[in-house]
Design a protein around this ligand. Sequence first.
Ligand SMILES: Cc1ncc(COP(=O)(O)O)c(C=O)c1O
Length: 401
Amino acid sequence: MSTNRISARVAAIAESATLAVDAKAKALKAAGEPVIGFGAGEPDFPTPEPIVQAAIAAASDPKNHRYTPAGGLPELKEAVAAKTLRDSDYEVGAGQVLITNGGKHAVFNTMLTLLDPGDEVLLPAPYWTTYPEPIRLVDGVPVVIPTDETTGFRVTVDQLEAARTPRTKALVFVSPSNPTGAVYPEDEVRAIGEWAVANGVWVITDEIYEHLTYGDNLFSSMPALVPELRDTCVVLNGVAKTYAMTGWRVGWMIGPTDLIKAATNLQSHATSNVANVSQRAALAAVSGDLAAVEMMREAFDRRGKLMHKLLVGIDGVSCIEPQGAFYAFPNFTGVLGRDFGGVRPQTTLELAAVLLDQAKVAIVPGEAFDAPGYARLSFALGDDDLGEGIQRIADAVAAAG
Ligand SMILES: Cc1ncc(COP(=O)(O)O)c(C=O)c1O
C-alpha cells in the first residue's frame, strides 16, 4: 500500500508562479502595505456594461438555472464559430467548438485529449507557466526550445526542426505571447504552420491575446493561413483578456470534430457545462462589436509604450518594446549581483523578492517562464500605479549602485 498522502502525479505540480506573486501582492496590500503589483495577467477595466446586463438578465431566467449540454450552449458555440470567421478568417462549424471553464481549462482538455505517455510537445520558451503542467500530468514530455531577444523571442523553423523527433506530437504556439509580448509576423506564422503540416505535428495555437496588438504588429491565425493544418490544429481562446472577463471563466477550444467530441466526453465527467450565466455573458461579448475592446487596446498600447520607455531608462535593464498582449519582458541580468541594502540578488527570483521587500513592487521572475534573467511586468494596471511602480524599481536599482 502506498504511504504517499498525495499522488506523485499531483505532488509534482508546481503552484502557478504568476498567481502566487499576485496573491502575495494582494495579501500585502490587504495588510496595509503600499504594494504595486505588476504580476496580474488581467485587465484593470470592469467588464463592459452590455455584457454585464446580459448576465443579469440571464440570472433571472430559470432556463439558466439548470444543467445544459456539457460542451456549451449551442448558441454560444455558433457565436464562437462566427466570431472566429470574423476575427481570424478561419471557418469552423459549431461542432468544432467546446466551451470550457476559461482558457486554462481548454489547455488541460487539449493536452489530456491529445497526448499519450512519452509524446513530446515542443514548447518554445519563455512560455506561459501553465503549459508544461498538463503535459507532464499525462506523462507527456515538454521539449523546451529557448528563445531570446536576438530573435524577438520568436522560435524559428530551424529550431523546431532541430528539436523534432519521432515522438514529437505537437507544438504549442502563442502569438501574441504571454510572457514576452512578442507577435509573430504573418510569414513566420505561415512557415511554422507549413513545417507542422509537412511533419505531421499538431499545433496547439493559443489566440487569447488576438485583439491586443500594437503598431504594425498584427495578429494572424495559423490555421487560416495554412488550411491544410485544420485537421491537426487546436485553437485555444476565451473572453478573459479581450473583454476584461477574467473572473467569468469562459474559454473554448476549436479543433477537428473527433478531437472535440472526445474532449467533450472528458469534460462531461469533469465539470459538465460552464456556468450558464457566464456563458450568456460570453455570448453577448463575442456577438457584440469591438468598440470597448478597442478602447482598452488603446489604453494598453499607451501604457506599454510608457512602461517600455521607463524600463529602458534604468541603468542595467534592457527591454524590447511590447508588440502585443499586456506584458513587458525586460532583461535584468545587468542589475544582478548589485548591493540592494546588504542583499546581492544573484537571480531574478531573488531580485523579485528584494524588490517586493524593499520597493514594495511585485514582478514575476523569469524563472516562472523558464527564462531566468528576465521578469514579466504586466501593464494592465492604471497609469499612475504604473509610473510610480517603475520609479520605485528605478530608485532601488539606482541606490544599489
Ligand atoms: C497565453 C494564455 N492562454 C490562456 C490563458 C487563460 O486564461 P483564462 O483561463 O483566464 O481564460 C492565459 C491567462 O493568463 C494566457 O496568458
